[in-house]
Structures are given as C-alpha cells and as structure tokens.
Design a protein around this ligand. Sequence first.
Ligand SMILES: CC(C)(COP(=O)(O)OP(=O)(O)OC[C@H]1O[C@@H](n2cnc3c(N)ncnc32)[C@H](O)[C@@H]1OP(=O)(O)O)[C@@H](O)C(=O)NCCC(=O)NCCS
Length: 184
Amino acid sequence: MVATVETERLILREFRFDDVKDLYEYASNPNVGPNAGWTPHKNIQESESVLNMFMRADNLWAIVYKENHKVIGSIGLHDDILRSQIKDLKTRCLGYALSYDYWGMGIATEAVKAIQEYAFNVMKLDLLSVDHYPHNSRSMKVIEKCGFKREGTLRKARLSYRNEPVDIVTYSLLKEEWKELNGR
Ligand SMILES: CC(C)(COP(=O)(O)OP(=O)(O)OC[C@H]1O[C@@H](n2cnc3c(N)ncnc32)[C@H](O)[C@@H]1OP(=O)(O)O)[C@@H](O)C(=O)NCCC(=O)NCCS
C-alpha cells in the first residue's frame, strides 16, 4: 500500500488490476522501457504479470493524468543498492517512466518533486539517489531541475534491457539540501 499523492495535474496512487490496458499502452512503446532498463511489453499478458508485481511492490505509484484519468506512467522509490550496507542511512533510489505521448510537458518533473516531498517528509529519508544512462538527456534535465547533485559516471555498472553492461550517471540529494532548496 502506498499513500496517494496529489499534484496540480496528477494523482500518484497504487496500481490496480484495471490499469492493465493503460500500462500496456505506454509500456509497449519502444521509446519508453529501454531508456529505463526494461524491454518493451510484447503483449497484454506481459503487462498483466508486471502489474501483479507492481501491485505487490512497496513505494511504487501509478501516475494518473487528472484530465483523462489515464495511467500514463510509474514512479517509485527502490532499494539503493549502492548504499545498502550503510545501516544507519535511510536512503532510496528514484525511478520513473512516462508514456511517450506525454513527454515534454513537465509531467516527470512534477511527479518527481511530489515524490521528493513524500520521501523526505513522510518517509523521513536521509538521502535520495537517482541515475540515468549517459544518452538520456531528457531524464538528465528532469534530475537537474529537481535539484539532485551529480556524483559521476559509474562505468559498466548496470545491465541494459539487452543484458549488456552499461554506464550510469549517478546523482543524490541530501535531506538538508532538499530542505534548503524548498525553503523548509
Ligand atoms: C525521462 C522522462 C520521464 C521525462 O519525462 P518528461 O515529462 O518529458 O520530462 P519533463 O517534461 O518534466 O522534462 C524534460 C526536460 O527535457 C527537455 N528535453 C526535451 N527533449 C530533450 C532532448 N532531446 N534533449 C535534452 N533535453 C530535452 C525538456 O525541454 C524538459 O526540460 P525543460 O522543462 O527545461 O524544457 C520521459 O522521457 C521517459 O519516460 N523516458 C523513458 C523512460 C526513462 O527514461 N526513464 C528514466 C530513467 S532514468
């Protein structure tokens, strides 16, 4: 179960059984998954099994566009594998993907800012991390606009959707930095 989060144009809520059509619609587009590390869905059955995982996952939200009530993406706070051994640090790694039809409207930025607020205010995280593939300049823009600090490039640190080792550019944001940025 995740708490619902609302923004001006979006409702971020848990995934439901009847989201399968919307999920398939955006996740079958070849521009979406590969940039986030997963293969485009080949059929609705694949979306059904991913949806089953999504419904069991912690801290994963469906991005619903208020204007038409459609699920147009997902955003989640995943395990921060890099820092998993630092027991006293509350940290998560942000991930997101958005339907191709809604790119370039500032929607990812709006969703990320709302989840940052949730991460630091509700979950009381100490640090939030995020990364992108070096070629993904759209995601880079979102990350920079949301105040994350660039740490560097980790070479061959992730498997691509084709199972090949690829570089990632990593970022993080400390709770104190987020507070300062947002006048808290
Ligand atoms: C990355 C993604 C979530 C961005 O979503 P979005 O809603 O389009 O992002 P926003 O509109 O909030 O911001 C995109 C920014 O990139 C800029 N941009 C658009 N096209 C660009 C391009 N070709 N190169 C560089 N920047 C670009 C936009 O101008 C905008 O910046 P601005 O507001 O300063 O003008 C979306 O493209 C996506 O789902 N991609 C596939 C999955 C993915 O990459 N997930 C992230 C994995 S790290």
